[in-house]
Design a protein around this ligand. Structure first.
Ligand code: 5GP
Length: 216
């Protein structure tokens, strides 16, 4: 797996490059995979090759993007009556079809089964595993002074044992919304999406805080 310096938004309509983004994202993603592994969540992580390349387990990616939300933001506010920043009583889990050409549309269990993306049992596992991951990441980010607003996960079936599903892909400010606990400042890819400036400064700050939180 290679972490690039490219940033895209709105399904590729917006594109830019940020020096050092790949290195910082890999460092954070590897750190979070280790936090998850320590909490008993199996991931695809094997070892780091260098600053931007990681050896990961061979999986067949399940084409369902799993989004977990703790606070309303982003597309949830465009599709529903939730206002940005509204706390959700319980974490909300959503499925999106992993297909950039279609703009990753939201789907439900019936769609996923009809398209043979996953079985009912696999969908139930994705849901419980995503919620379990939320329960590990939420307190971890809180230790780093960051509120985990929402995030996107991808899972895969092990090539060597397709009955086993593990967390794959990355966990970075590209795939999570993170707000500063004190100021509420956005510290994630929304800075790029919304032209808020200081994109890489925020990514660097998230990484620095996460590195300190590991030792606390
Ligand atoms: P939303 O549905 O509000 O746009 O996104 C919810 C969360 O999932 C956000 O943290 C967002 O960054 C992440 N997310 C959703 N889809 C994608 C995607 O295709 N790529 C990336 N990098 N993140 C995504």
């Amino acid at each position: 797996m290679e972490f690039k310096d490219d940033a895209t938004a709105f399904n590729g309509a917006k594109h830019a490059q940020f020096a050092d983004k790949g290195r910082m994202n890999q460092a954070l993603s590897v750190l979070l995979m280790q936090v998850l592994e320590d909490a008993g969540v199996p991931t695809h992580f094997v070892r780091q090759l260098d600053e931007i390349r990681t050896i990961v387990k061979n999986v067949e990616i399940i084409k369902v993007e799993v989004v977990v939300r703790n606070v309303a933001a982003g597309s949830l506010c465009q599709r529903t009556w939730f206002e940005e920043g509204a706390p959700l009583k319980e974490p909300l889990v959503e499925w999106f079809l992993k297909d950039d050409a279609l703009g990753d549309p939201m789907i439900n269990d019936d769609h996923a089964r009809a398209m043979k993306l996953a079985t009912s049992e696999e969908l139930a596992f994705l849901r419980s595993e995503a919620l379990r991951i939320n329960e590990v990441l939420k307190p971890f980010f809180l230790k780093a002074g960051l509120k985990l607003i929402d995030f996107k996960l991808e899972f895969g079936r092990l090539a060597s044992d397709p009955k086993t599903i593990i967390l794959a892909d990355e966990i970075t400010p590209d795939t999570c919304r993170l707000w500063d606990v004190e100021s509420g400042e956005k510290m994630d890819k929304d800075r790029f999406r919304r032209d808020l400036g200081n994109v890489m400064e925020s990514y660097a700050e998230v990484l620095k805080r996460a590195e300190h939180a590991v030792h606390r």
